[in-house]
Design a protein around this ligand. Structure first.
Ligand SMILES: C=C1C[C@]23C[C@@]1(O)CC[C@H]2[C@@]12CCC[C@@](C)(C(=O)O1)[C@H]2[C@@H]3C(=O)O
Ligand SMILES: O=C(O)CCC(=O)C(=O)O
Ligand SMILES: [Fe+2]
Length: 355
C-alpha cells in the first residue's frame, strides 16, 4: 500500500493542513535568518543586497561592488515594463491555479527540464520542497502551453516570447556592465562580442516559473533548497511576498524583501568561472509562508549556446593569478552539476585552493 507521503502531489500542496514528514526539514541554528551576533554588533552587516538604479552614473562601480560582496544585487530602472512583469506573473498564477491533473498533463518528461514539476535539484535532497514549477528550456513549452490553454495558448506564448526577448537584452547589458567593473570589455571575450551583435535569440537561457503555496509549518519547510544557479547570471522577478534569501559567510541568511518593479540579479557558476573566482556565485534559497502564497519568475541566462567554451577571461589571469578552472560548455557544465551538484565547480577546478 502506498504511504501517505507517496500520495501527496505537488500540484495541491496548498490544500494540506499539516506538514507531511517527507516535507519536514531538520533545520539547524545555522539555517536561521538571523545574522551571527558578532557581525551585528560590529555594525558591519548590510541589511540586504543593494538596489541599484541602472541610470546611475556610477552604475558600473555599484554593480561591481555588489557582485564582489554579495554575488547579487537588485535593479531599478531596468527598462522592463511593469505590464510585462504583471503579464508574466498572471500567466504563472493562471497556470498554478489549475487542477493538479491538468498541470500534470504538462509534466516534464525528462526530470526537471522543460515542463511542469519539481525543481531539478530535488534528487540531491532527502526531503521534498514545498513548491511546484514550470521550466521553459526549449521550444517544447509551446506544446505544453497548447495542452494547458487550448484556446489561449497564442496569447500566453506571446507573453513568454516577449519576456525571453526582453530578458536576453537586459542580461547582455548587465554582463557588459559587470565585465566593465572587472576592467574587461565584451570584445575581450569572443562569444560575448558576437552575442551583442547578433541581438536576441531563444536557446541560451531558461525560464523557471516557481510557485510556493501557503504552508502549515513554514519554519520546518523549504520552498527551494540552498543552491547556486548554473548560469552566467539569473534575473528574478518576485511577487509581493518575500521568501528569497541569499547567503553570505559574514552575515548568514539574508531575506531579499520584494520591492515593486525591482528585479533581483544573482551571479551564477559560469560567471564565477569567467571571472576566475573574483565574482562568487551566490548561494540562495526560498522559504515559504503561513498565510501567503508566492510566485517567482527566474530567467536563467546560460550565455552562448552550443559548443562555445567558457573559461576564465584571459585578461584576468597571469603568472600571479593562474586560471583556476578548465574551459567548459554550458551543456557540459549542466551535466556535471546534475551529477555532483554543489561540487560542480570543484570538479572542474584545475588549481586547488592553498588553504
Ligand atoms: C538550464 C537550467 C538551469 C536549471 C536547470 C536547468 O536545466 C533548467 C531549470 C533551472 C533551475 C531553475 C530553478 C533552480 C535550479 C537550481 C533548478 O533546480 O532548476 C535551476 C537550474 C540551475 O541553475 O542549475
Ligand atoms: O523563488 C525564488 O525567490 C528563488 C528562485 C530561484 O532561486 C531559481 O529559480 O533559481
Ligand atoms: Fe536559483
Amino acid at each position: 500500500m502506498p504511504s501517505l507521503a507517496e500520495e501527496i502531489c505537488i500540484g495541491n500542496l496548498g490544500s494540506l493542513q499539516t506538514l507531511p514528514d517527507s516535507f519536514t526539514w531538520k533545520l539547524t541554528a545555522a539555517d536561521s535568518v538571523l545574522p551571527p551576533s558578532s557581525a551585528v554588533s560590529s555594525g558591519t552587516v548590510e541589511e540586504s543586497i543593494p538596489v541599484i538604479d541602472l541610470s546611475d552614473p556610477d552604475v558600473t562601480t555599484l554593480i561591481g561592488n555588489a557582485c564582489k560582496t554579495w554575488g547579487a544585487f537588485q535593479i531599478a530602472n531596468h527598462g522592463i515594463s511593469q505590464k510585462l512583469l504583471d503579464d508574466i506573473e498572471s500567466l504563472s498564477k493562471t497556470l498554478f491555479d489549475m487542477p493538479s491533473e491538468r498541470k500534470l498533463e504538462a509534466a516534464s518528461s525528462d526530470k526537471g527540464v522543460s515542463g511542469y514539476g519539481e525543481p531539478r535539484i530535488s534528487p540531491f535532497f532527502e526531503k521534498k520542497m514545498w513548491s511546484e514549477g514550470f521550466t521553459i528550456a526549449d521550444a517544447s513549452y509551446r506544446n505544453h502551453f497548447i495542452s494547458l490553454w487550448p484556446h489561449d495558448h497564442t496569447k500566453y506564448c506571446g507573453i513568454m516570447e516577449e519576456y525571453v526577448d526582453e530578458m536576453e537584452k537586459l542580461a547582455s547589458k548587465l554582463v557588459s556592465c559587470i565585465l566593465g567593473s572587472l576592467g574587461v570589455t565584451v570584445e575581450d571575450i569572443g562569444w560575448a562580442h558576437k552575442l551583442e551583435k547578433s541581438g536576441s535569440k531563444v536557446g541560451r537561457g531558461a525560464i523557471r516559473l516557481n510557485h510556493y503555496p501557503v504552508c502549515p509549518e513554514p519554519e520546518r519547510a523549504m520552498g527551494l533548497a540552498a543552491h547556486t544557479d548554473s548560469t552566467i547570471l539569473t534575473i528574478l522577478h518576485q511577487s509581493n511576498t518575500g521568501g528569497l534569501q541569499v547567503f553570505r559567510e559574514e552575515s548568514g541568511w539574508i531575506t531579499v524583501e520584494p520591492v515593486p518593479g525591482v528585479l533581483v540579479v544573482n551571479m551564477g557558476d559560469l560567471f564565477h568561472i569567467l571571472s576566475n573566482g573574483k565574482i562568487p556565485s551566490v548561494v540562495h534559497r526560498a522559504k515559504v509562508n503561513h498565510t501567503r502564497s508566492r510566485i517567482s519568475i527566474a530567467y536563467l541566462w546560460g550565455g552562448p549556446a552550443g559548443e562555445v567554451q567558457i573559461a576564465p577571461i584571459s585578461k584576468l589571469i597571469g603568472p600571479v593569478e593562474p586560471s583556476l578552472y578548465r574551459s567548459i560548455t554550458w551543456k557540459e557544465y549542466l551535466q556535471i552539476k546534475y551529477e555532483v551538484f554543489d561540487k560542480a565547480l570543484d570538479a572542474i577546478r584545475v588549481i586547488n585552493p592553498t588553504n
